[in-house]
Every structure is written in structure tokens, then in C-alpha cells.
Design a protein around this ligand. Structure first.
Ligand SMILES: [Cu+2]
Length: 118
């Protein structure tokens, strides 16, 4: 009985440690998300800090999938099926105009901001 009690306590402590780690990872992540649809990018304009990561998720089924590409060629995603994700990290500040390859008239912009001076 005594052994069982302490084992439960160890489990509880482990659980708490995992929770704290997950929260810390979330807080530290300079991540943003964009969902790709046939006729729009949601949101069309997104801001990440230098070093931040943008996650693109394809929300709509499309024969051959959807992909996104920077107008200046600095990034191109693979073809994404519905529900698939792809991520890209931005190491240089600037404005990156991009579009959906299958819907070139659907445009978005990624604003990469320099980290504030410390
Ligand atoms: Cu489409």
C-alpha cells in the first residue's frame, strides 16, 4: 500500500513536469500559422520575428494539392494535401510577398520583424 502511494506521487510529479515543459515550449515559440484555401490565405498578412517559424496548413482539398511560393523565389512549399502542413523559418527581416501556386491571384505577405534590441 505504501509502495503504491509513492508510485502515484512519482507519476503525479512527472505529469506536472511534462506540463511545465509543454507550456515553456509554447511560450518560447515565435510561431505563426496560415491556412491555405482555394480563394484566400488566412490571414493574408502575418508577422513573425526574425528566426520565427510560419506553419502553413492546407485547409481545402484540391487535385494535386496546394502549394505556396514567395514571389522572389526565397521559399516554395511542397504540394500539400488537405490537412497537411509545411513550415518555414525566416532568418532575415523584410516583407515577403507570396502566392498560392495553383491560384496565383491569391496573394499574401509575411512581415519578418527584427528582434527588439536587448
Ligand atoms: Cu484550390
Amino acid at each position: 500500500m505504501r509502495l503504491h502511494m509513492s508510485f502515484s506521487r512519482v507519476l503525479a510529479a512527472l505529469g506536472a513536469a511534462v506540463c511545465v515543459c509543454a507550456l515553456a515550449a509554447l511560450a518560447a515559440a515565435d510561431d505563426a500559422m496560415v491556412t491555405i484555401h482555394h480563394g484566400r490565405l488566412d490571414p493574408a498578412s502575418v508577422t513573425v520575428p526574425v528566426g520565427g517559424t510560419l506553419h502553413f496548413t492546407n485547409g481545402d482539398a484540391m487535385p494535386g494539392g496546394h502549394s505556396v511560393a514567395a514571389d522572389d523565389g526565397s521559399f516554395t512549399s511542397p504540394s500539400l494535401g488537405k490537412g497537411d502542413s509545411w513550415k518555414h523559418s525566416f532568418e532575415k527581416a523584410g516583407r515577403y510577398a507570396y502566392h498560392i501556386v495553383q491560384h496565383p491571384d491569391v496573394k499574401g505577405v509575411v512581415v519578418v520583424e527584427a528582434a527588439p534590441a536587448k
